[in-house]
Ligand binder design. Structure first.
Ligand code: HDE
Length: 702
């Protein structure tokens, strides 16, 4: 695996790594052990002895292996990498040097997650994805704890327990796991319309990412940048993936959840191991304080976005993830993110959701990680010096020296001393008001941005949203809840509500006047994302004995040049196939252990005997049929085209050596050394398109 030279963080971690692949087995006390298969007993069938310190230590440690999983975002996958800013153009807005020192690489650890499911749940559920980044900056750790949606379900943190209880499995039977399609969530939604904008995102394809590497990230809240003069500028943070934003289709998600519940975490791991390092661009939307009240919504309201068309996203730098963790628990499970981990130059606003988070993350970590010293855990340790008068507590690893542990002191020479440069100072905001328990009036519009999102969708995205509402509400047992949600949707858009009502067998609601003050925002549609590269896409090549080895090699080499990954799948795994015209082809996997849903595309090469064997193999035929239904790129050359016919692929096929492309189905009758480059070129274009959205086999009915 290609790796850059170790970052300062990796060098710090080196001191903690313990290889299990060398040396002798010992107890925790370092005493070597010569036998760990049988406990100490009196005689062969007699009682086990307490004095067996090795057995006792082993089982005791085992009994204590678990820590509480995260209340939300329990399931995740993490990776290390670096962030580097492009230039110093943000220096007039912030003193955070990691954002303003051109070319300076700051180590990062990123954890992606689903939200609702337990640690062992499936990756491809309909859910928000967490996108949390810890920057180990020279000015201390900065955590940008974001999501792949730019908005949140609630406006005030006091509602967070209510919302999370509603979306999590129901309390009486803990069903359903990792799914929003159940009564309590939709009951909550129907009664709490501030959820609607984020619910639109949740029902959209954004909730079904093809890959963590193909997901946008958002800081969600409006934060504040602070410059050397102490002046503030409002800021929203955005991560844009280099590979574009792409999603699975719902039918596929449900199948992947069974075929490979680790689909997204495996994808991240494999890409990094293969040296295909995922990359994002960090961008900011900057709003001068003088413009605070110049928007149709409140900047402090986390259920609203600032449309990119209104305030463009300004590119700041790039992040590359280039190293997998060594140990899931030590790193990905113990990493402790906290919105209040800010560095000089970054500060908060009065967003009431953000203020709650600033309390909650630290509180959570105290219980999860068992005490106040979790910042000393290797993955959490800053690279910046840590020196203070806090002492003791569970798991204290540092050995503080000296007699004083208080400030002010003379005994310690007044140290650690207070700095007056490079310090984090809270922004001096003037605040004036009465103590009240009341939602701001400027937070009351719950519909116009939900409607903006809906209006910004392409036809196919809109169709998926309707189908998602129909699916989710179709699982709701209490009829009144379904009707109440439709009534809310009617205030977003009458057409949306009517279509959903129709699919639920509910009466069409009467049209109401809706708030239409936000124009559509084209940046919200995934159809406008990058679709120009087949890099890192996985192509299944179906073959059996008699395959056209030379054609496969030509094809595979061409795909390698596009950065795509071709895997050979055959009726039996592990061995080699003999070529129809000589040669051999080694098999990567058995068709029966995989499924089309685990690939981006499928191709069937020539070789009449190979194609005939596949045509008699139900798995192979189903593989092609399903990939076609899921709108994936499907290709065939030579006799391979016959398998597409058998699989019910209803497109225009080549009847000569020309390459024919029909709704993402690429064919030619040429094979072997005459396989034209145009075949691979056209196939790469079809793969890069992600899906042939214009094919009429979308499993989601219109
Ligand atoms: Fe979180 N959130 N959250 N959240 N959140 C947690 O912290 C919380 C919110 C987010 O990979 C918890 O360490 C409150 C918004 C991510 O380790 C907890 C509120 C956003 C992660 C917590 C919010 C997030 C968490 C659970 C409303 C997007 C996973 C374990 C006031 C901007 C981080 C933990 C990781 C995790 C509280 C709302 C993102 C309980 C109280 C909005 C990505 O402290």
């Amino acid at each position: 695996m290609a790796k850059d030279k170790p970052s300062a963080k990796q060098q710090q971690l080196d001191g903690y790594r313990v290889s299990r692949e060398s040396g002798y087995l010992t107890t925790q006390q370092g005493v070597r052990v010569d036998h760990t298969d049988d406990a100490l007993t009196v005689g062969e069938r007699g009682p086990t002895l307490l004095e067996d310190f090795h057995a006792r230590e082993k089982i005791t440690h085992f009994d204590h292996e678990r820590i509480p999983e995260r209340v939300v975002h329990a399931r995740g996958a993490g990776a290390y990498g670096y962030f580097e800013p492009y230039d110093d153009s943000l220096a007039e807005f912030t003193v955070a040097r990691f954002l303003t020192t051109p070319g300076k690489q700051t180590p990062v650890f990123v954890r992606f997650s689903t939200v609702a499911g337990s640690r062992g749940s499936a990756d491809t559920v309909r859910d928000v994805r967490g996108f949390a980044t810890k920057f180990y900056t020279e000015q201390g750790n900065y955590d940008l704890v974001g999501n792949n949606f730019p908005v949140f379900f609630i406006q005030d943190g006091i509602k967070f327990p209510d919302f999370v209880h509603a979306v999590k499995p129901e309390p009486h039977n803990e069903i359903p796991q990792a799914a929003s399609a159940h009564d309590t969530l939709w009951d909550f939604v129907s009664l709490q319309p501030e959820t609607l904008h984020t619910i639109m995102w949740l029902m959209s394809d954004r909730a079904l990412p093809r890959s963590y590497r193909m997901m946008q990230g958002f800081g969600v809240h409006t934060f504040r940048l602070v410059n050397a003069r102490g002046e503030g500028t409002f800021v929203k943070f955005h991560w844009k993936p280099k590979l574009g934003v792409h999603s699975l289709v719902w039918d596929e998600c449900q199948k992947i959840a069974g075929k490979d519940p680790d689909f997204n975490r495996r994808d991240l791991w494999d890409a990094i191991e293969a040296g295909d390092f995922p990359e994002w661009e960090l961008g900011v939307q900057l709003v001068p304080e003088s413009d605070e009240f110049n928007f149709q919504f409140d900047l402090l309201d986390a259920t609203k976005i600032i449309p990119e068309e209104q305030v463009p996203v300004r590119p700041v730098g790039r992040m590359v993830l280039n190293r997998n963790p060594d140990n899931f628990f030590a790193e990905t499970e113990q990493v402790a993110f906290h919105t209040a981990n800010v560095v000089p130059g970054i500060d908060f606003t009065n967003d009431p959701l953000l203020q709650f988070r600033n309390f909650s993350y630290l509180d959570t970590q105290l219980i999860r990680l068992g005490g106040p010293n979790f910042a000393q855990l290797p993955v959490n340790r800053p690279l910046a010096d840590v020196r203070n008068n806090q002492q003791d507590g569970y798991g204290q690893h540092a050995i503080p020296q000296g007699r004083s542990s208080y400030f002010k002191n003379t005994i310690g020479g007044g140290c650690p001393a207070l700095a007056d440069e490079d310090v984090s100072r809270h922004y001096t905001e003037k605040v004036d008001g009465h103590k009240i328990r009341q939602r701001a009036k400027s937070f009351q519009d719950h519909y116009s941005q939900a409607r903006m999102f809906w209006k910004s969708m392409s036809a196919v995205e809109a169709k998926h949203i309707i189908a998602a509402f129909a699916f989710e509400l179709g699982k709701v047992e209490v009829r009144e809840i379904r009707s109440a949600v439709v009534a809310q949707l009617n205030l977003v858009d009458h057409e949306l509500a009517s279509q959903v009502a129709g699919k639920l067998g509910l009466p069409e609601p009467a049209e109401e006047s809706v708030d239409d003050k936000m124009p559509a925002s084209p940046a919200l549609s995934q159809l406008n994302t990058a679709r120009d590269s087949a890099a890192t896409r996985k192509i299944a090549l179906l073959a059996a004995d008699g395959v056209d080895v030379r054609g496969v090699e030509r094809f595979r080499q061409a795909m390698g040049e596009y950065g795509a990954i071709v895997e050979v799948l055959a009726p039996a795994g592990g061995g080699t196939l003999s070529g129809g015209q000589g040669g051999e082809l080694s098999v990567d996997r058995a068709i029966t252990t995989m499924a089309s849903v685990l690939y981006d595309a499928v191709v069937v090469p020539c070789g009449p005997a190979s194609v005939e064997a596949l045509a008699n193999d139900g798995y192979a035929v189903h593989f092609v049929t399903e990939a076609y239904k899921h709108l994936k790129a499907v290709g065939a050359f030579g006799a391979g085209v016959d398998l597409l016919r058998t699989a019910g692929v209803a497109e225009q096929f080549a009847n000569g050596s020309d390459v024919v492309v029909s709704h993402g189905v690429v064919t030619t009758t040429a094979a072997e050394d005459t396989l034209p480059d145009a075949f691979s070129e056209q196939f790469a274009v079809a793969v890069a398109q992600h899906r042939a959205w214009d094919r009429d086999t979308d499993p989601v009915p219109a």
